[in-house]
Design a binder for this molecule. Structure first.
Ligand code: FES
Ligand SMILES: [Fe+2]
Length: 442
């Protein structure tokens, strides 16, 4: 590794052994086996999943609202009676948003000339035409509503019925927990959000809010469609914030009896993320489910939807009473995270691509998962040459960072999905094939 670079990285990531750090420093800047690939920030989400687009409470009976999935404007319509439905938010006539219209029974009527569309998207009325001359309608999206969220399926509608959400998100149904719903628009590619949550070495940034915490990396796991990281923590200085005490249900100081007592498990189960904190076999004190729905054509903005369930302490009503403190605490943390990921996104724009030097193996596993699960659209495919070298460097990196790490990372798993080389969708695969063919010609 270049000496100047080495001096910029004086400390290895939390819990990383010296041996591991040395190994990484030898492979980190030019990892072997790196394939010509893509800039992760140009990889678009796989649309063949359910994506949250609104909170249920945002859509009152008899109303319609406009939401988005990537470049697709979507009108959500909740009839007075019956389930929510979703249509392309553009009247077939003059492209006026249908979400500006009004709900009439099981249909929505455009505000301009009054064309009406039913649940299937078919145009069912044009007030000034006979019924026999109705034009084509608009696209419809599969919708489901669960745990206070409205989801749409923006991909192939035929896949919607066989693609499932977890039965319950976080612990919303459990009376032993209180759940906070939070989120807002964040101006960055969804991959920055996944990386931020999974890389707990960024506790450094939250020092003002949390005091000094030493994260210890316990291990990682890679399965088809999933990457997991596990950590424990020790407070090394500073006072425990009230918000954290509320989550753990007790006051904690820097004494060793609290050090590394709980295990935090963070998973990206594509395209969602979860985080829970657990002490031994006890029920988790905190359980988070979170998703990042792209909001623009380039997918460089996302709307975050988080469900944060906190275990109620033994004293009834205490958590309700203290809830405003917990909300304020989690908002401050989220604000710091939002600011930093937006700065990362801005740097990507300024530099014209992803020049990250990622040294933490589990984050490279995560980047591999996100890249292989999404796709690169045709118009982005030519811009991928400036990718970070580390994006695809999962295959040859050490898999464990300390003795206790039990790693099941699999380069080739039984499903046939590879965790290592980045698959980047049809376009990029075609490009690689073409490049190989060109090389063979030479
Ligand atoms: S634009 Fe919708 S009815 Fe004319
Ligand atoms: Fe954070």
């Amino acid at each position: 590794m270049d000496q100047s670079l080495q001096s910029e990285f004086p400390a290895q990531p939390a819990g990383m052994s010296q041996e591991m750090a040395t190994e990484l420093s030898e492979t980190g800047d030019k990892p072997e086996g790196v394939m010509p690939g893509v800039d992760l920030r140009r990889v678009h989400c796989d649309p063949n999943f359910w994506y949250p687009v609104a909170w249920s409470r945002e859509l009152k009976p008899g109303k319609t609202i406009g939401v988005r999935y990537a470049e697709h404007p979507i009108a959500l319509i909740r009839p007075e009676k019956g389930e929510v439905f979703a249509l392309e938010d553009r009247c077939a006539h003059r492209q006026v948003p249908l979400s500006k219209g009004r709900v009439c029974g099981q249909s929505v009527q455009c505000c301009y000339h009054g064309w009406a569309y039913g649940r299937s998207g078919r145009c069912i009325d044009v007030p000034y035409l006979g019924k026999g001359k109705l034009p084509n309608g608009v696209r419809t999206y599969p919708v489901l509503e669960q745990d206070g969220l409205i989801f749409v399926f923006p991909g192939d509608p035929e896949k919607a019925a066989t693609t499932h959400l977890p039965a319950v998100l976080a612990r919303v149904d459990d009376p032993g927990y209180k759940t906070r719903r939070f989120g807002r628009v964040v101006n960055c590619h969804y991959s920055f959000m996944h990386e931020n949550l999974m890389d707990m070495n960024h506790q450094f940034m939250h020092m003002k809010q949390m005091g000094q915490m030493r994260p210890r990396f316990l291990g990682q796991k890679r399965e088809p469609g999933m990457v997991e990281a596990r950590y424990s923590f020790a407070r090394t200085s500073g006072k425990q914030p009230l918000g954290e005490a509320l989550i753990f249900g007790e006051r904690r100081d820097t004494s060793s009896k609290y050090a590394d007592r709980d295990v935090m498990t963070i998973r990206t189960v594509y395209p969602y993320q979860t985080l829970h904190i657990q002490t031994g076999d006890a029920e988790p004190v905190m359980d988070l489910w979170i998703a990042y729905t792209p909001q623009d054509g380039e997918q460089l903005t996302n709307r975050t939807f988080g469900l944060l369930s906190v275990k109620k302490p033994g004293i009834p009503g205490l958590l309700d009473l203290a809830w405003p403190f917990l909300v304020a605490f989690t908002e401050r943390i989220f604000a710091e995270d939002r600011e930093i990921v937006e700065l990362e996104q801005q740097a990507w724009r300024d530099l014209g691509g992803d020049h990250n030097l990622e040294v933490f193996p589990v984050i490279n596993l995560l980047r591999g998962l996100l890249a292989e699960s999404g796709f690169v659209p045709e118009d982005e495919a030519g811009k991928t040459e400036t990718q970070s070298e580390a994006v695809v460097a999962t295959e040859n990196q050490p898999q464990a960072v300390d003795e206790s790490a039990k790693v099941t990372a699999a380069a080739d798993d039984s499903s046939g999905r590879s965790s290592a080389p980045v698959k980047t969708g049809r376009t990029a695969r075609r490009k690689r094939k073409a490049a190989v063919a060109a090389e063979q010609k030479v």
